[in-house]
Design a protein around this ligand. Structure first.
Ligand SMILES: [Zn+2]
Length: 338
């Protein structure tokens, strides 16, 4: 089996996973809208796969063209820009059929991982064809190997620069807003200028920091991070000490706590199976030592949580953990910081 070039992990380490996810999401929206339009205009209500592909093709082609022009450097140094050709576009398999009922088929877009695989083949094909203009003997597999080599070099050099070991006692601790897809963030919808940025964040279990690729709004200063990127970084580097909140507030019972608690935003939580006692305590100590939160803020947030949830059987275990952490932190402060 040949090695995959485009993976979520590699893209996140380069700092472009959110952009690729957004491309995926935009294509999904185009396909969904095409499907709906065709369905509304068809007498029978039946729409075939090739009809959707044909209908959506011009828009998808334009989107891919802009995207590829921006990211050609990730795949090759031989060309400044690459343009999608019909053959490559036609070979993209972006939809899968779902049988609902005996005769009806519904279509939906393939998964993000499957999309990355399709996109990778698409890029290889375009580069092969482009190279064949100059040399008809160009071979698919050798081009693919070249692209893999080029891409891997970029990933490795980015990876080497992600970890920061020197101590940043006073780090810039800012709140990050988590999004699922970039163009649906409040700032992008309001046409604010959003650019790529980097924040340095401490790791929970190591005395190291990582450079986290985020997006910064020039208009209102908010910083965002994509869900996919965040997952990859936690998988590769372990838990990070960051303050995050979702772009959309969920209805969870815990949100009453979430909305007011600075502590909860740093990832501190007592939900079963989420953080061990020692992880929670390492986090609390680091928050204090790095002067991210004060003893007062930590104690206030935990006491608030206890006040809200005590007396309910469901939260008995959580309240117990909060009480013991509260005791731990007061002892720690007495011994170390006073
Ligand atoms: Zn904004």
């Amino acid at each position: 089996m040949e090695e995959k070039i485009l993976t979520k992990r590699a893209l996140a380490l380069i700092g472009v996973c959110d952009e690729f996810y957004d491309l995926y999401f935009s294509i999904d929206s185009i396909l969904e809208k095409s499907y709906k339009d065709l369905k509304n205009h068809s007498h029978s209500g039946c729409v075939s796969l090739s009809q959707i592909e044909k209908y959506s093709k011009p828009q998808i082609r334009m989107l891919l063209n802009n995207f590829m022009n921006k990211y050609t450097h990730l795949f090759t140094n031989d060309f400044d820009k690459l343009h999608p050709n019909s053959k490559a576009i036609n070979s993209l398999k972006l939809l899968e059929a779902n049988k609902v009922g005996a005769l009806t088929l519904e279509y939906k877009m393939v998964s993000f991982d499957a999309f990355l695989h399709e996109f990778e083949e698409f890029i290889v094909q375009i580069i092969v064809q482009r190279k064949r203009y100059d040399d008809v003997t160009v071979n698919y597999h050798s081009v693919k190997r070249e692209i893999l080599k080029h891409f891997t070099l970029i990933v490795n050099s980015c990876f080497d620069n992600i970890r920061v070991t020197e101590s940043h006692k006073k780090i810039n601790f800012e709140e990050l807003i988590i999004f699922k897809n970039l163009s649906a963030t409040t700032c992008n919808r309001n046409h604010h200028q959003v650019n790529s940025d980097i924040v340095i964040v401490p790791l929970l279990n190591l005395n190291e920091f990582v450079r986290l690729p985020v997006h910064k709004c020039d208009t209102c200063g908010k910083k965002f991070i994509g869900n996919e990127t965040l997952h990859v970084y936690e998988e590769v580097f372990g838990k990070m000490i960051i303050s995050v909140r979702k772009d959309v507030v969920s209805d969870d019972r815990y949100t009453r706590f979430t909305r007011e608690s600075e502590l909860h935003k740093t990832g501190y939580n007592v939900v079963e199976g989420n953080m061990s006692q020692s992880e929670r305590r390492t986090l609390l100590i680091k928050l204090l030592e790095m002067e991210i939160l004060t003893t007062f803020q930590i104690c206030r947030d935990i006491e608030n949580a206890i006040r809200i949830f005590k007396g309910e059987e469901r939260y008995e275990r959580a309240v117990e953990k909060w009480r013991s952490d509260l005791f731990f932190i007061s002892e720690y402060v007495k011994e170390n910081l006073q």
